[in-house]
Every structure is written in C-alpha cells, then in structure tokens.
Ligand binder design. Structure first.
Ligand SMILES: O=C(O)CCC(=O)C(=O)O
Length: 255
C-alpha cells in the first residue's frame, strides 16, 4: 500500500513513520536465522566496539536474504513515494545491541547523532550522508531498556536549522546541546516492523538489559542527486524529497 496522506503528514512533522508488519514473517525469519547463526559462531566481545561503529556481521550485508528485507518488500515503494527516485541499494547495516548479561559494559549507550556527520570514527570533514533510513526490526523490543533506538520526532527541523547556522564542516559536535539532552522516543516493535526515518532525525541507542540480542537491519537510501549536494541537504530537509514540496494546484473548472 502506498504512503497514505496521514503518513505523509506524519513524516513531514516527525521525520518518521512506522509501518507495522511490513516485512513478512518468512522474510524476517530467514534474515534472523542468518544473523543468529553469525552471532552464535562469530561474535567476540573484543570486536563489539568496532562492529558497533559500522556494522555487525559485515559478511552478511549483501546477502540476498538480508537485502530482501528492503528489496522484496513494499519498503521500496514507500521510499520511492517519499524520494521520487532512489539509488540502488547494495548493502545493509546490521546493528545488534548485545545483552548486558552476556557482555557487561561492552556496549555503552550510543549518543544522539545523525548518521554520516562528525562520526567519531571518521574524519569530521567527511560527510557520509544519505536521504532516508529504513530500519527493519528483527527482534522484539518491548521497552526502552531492550536496547531500543531512540529518535526525536521533529528533530529534522532543529538539525537543519543548526546545520544552517551554528554548525560548520569539520566540527566534532554531532548535535547541538539541546538535542543531546533529549531522551527521544524509543522504537518499540516486533520482527517485520519498519521505520522510515528522515536522515536528519537525531537518534541514540540504549543498552540492552534483556537476555537476548536486539537486532535491526538498516538500509540507507539516497536520492540519486544526494551525493552532489550533501551540504545543501543538511540545511534543506526537503531537498531530496520532491514529493514533500509539491503543492497540488486547485483544479479550476473550465466552463
Ligand atoms: O543500533 C541501532 O539501532 C542504531 C545504530 C545507529 O544509530 C548507528 O549505527 O548509527
């Protein structure tokens, strides 16, 4: 089903929309099995900080059963509804919040940030931005304590203002202080739920106090023109979203 008028309004206001059960149980199950096997056979505590910065299970990022979470679902259509046109997606990021019980203190809270700007592990002059984040929930997240992603509805406007005024390329602050202080809204959900989130919405991630890994797969979707206008897209939240700025003209009856 395409993006409804109500979802479009929500996205404009909050910079985020959740579609429950968008990914079928079978597709979610196939991806989960792969990640569970990797987790059991490959994950080592001393590698968690590095995976945490980039992706867990890097060897699975382009596996057909992982890419299917986006490519074989209506998420493609929804991204197209928002961006008009999208560049091909060839890899996913797998993000796991490991249980504190199994890996105590190994994965502290991730601070508020927007992806690809002033990343602690990258040159602050480098932008690795995109247009839309599509997050697929692959494990139950029933409380903020379950390693939930926390996002700030409406934060895309605050961040665009900041990028256009106080911020300059090369700064190491990831967000302004008032955004850093906010807790955000936890993304609660079940396998198959999908979050569509504007790239400028600030988010953080909490520790996981459940006995089970919290698993998400993320797809970073770009408007094809995004790579040539990264700086402008930080300051104009709708540059990559032509459908959001299109104002329908009233139909005038001709006699
Ligand atoms: O773990 C998550 O859900 C999100 C991770 C994140 O924000 C990031 O990798 O930039």
């Amino acid at each position: 089903m395409p993006l409804t008028a109500e979802e479009r309004e929500t996205f404009k206001r909050d910079g985020a929309v959740i579609r429950r059960g968008l990914v079928s149980t079978e597709l979610a199950r196939r991806a989960t099995l792969l990640i569970e096997t990797w987790y059991r056979d490959h994950l080592k505590a001393d590698e968690v900080p590095a995976y945490n910065q980039r992706t867990f299970a890097p060897e699975l990022g382009s596996h057909p059963d992982i890419l299917a979470l986006y490519g074989e679902t209506d998420a493609v259509k929804l991204a197209g509804d928002l961006l008009g046109d999208t560049s091909p997606v060839t890899t996913a990021q797998i993000q796991i919040r490991v249980p504190e019980t199994e890996f105590p203190g190994v994965q502290p809270e991730k601070a508020m940030h927007v992806d690809g700007v002033s990343c602690p592990h990258l040159d602050p002059q480098e932008l690795r931005t995109f247009s839309l984040l599509v997050g697929v929930v692959l494990s139950d997240v029933t409380s903020a304590q379950d390693g939930a992603l926390h996002y700030q509805p409406g934060g895309h406007h605050t961040m665009a203002d900041w990028f256009g005024t106080a911020w300059s390329l090369g700064m190491t602050e990831q967000v302004p202080p008032e955004v850093d202080r906010e807790q955000g809204v936890p993304l609660l959900g079940a396998p198959g739920d999908v979050l569509l989130m504007h790239h400028l919405v600030p988010h953080s991630v909490g520790r996981n106090f459940t006995p089970f890994p919290r698993v998400m797969a993320y797809f970073r979707i770009s408007h094809p023109d995004h790579p040539r206008r990264r700086l402008e897209a930080l300051r104009d939240p709708w540059l990559d979203y032509p459908s959001m700025t299109f104002i329908p003209q009233p139909v005038v009856d001709k006699e």
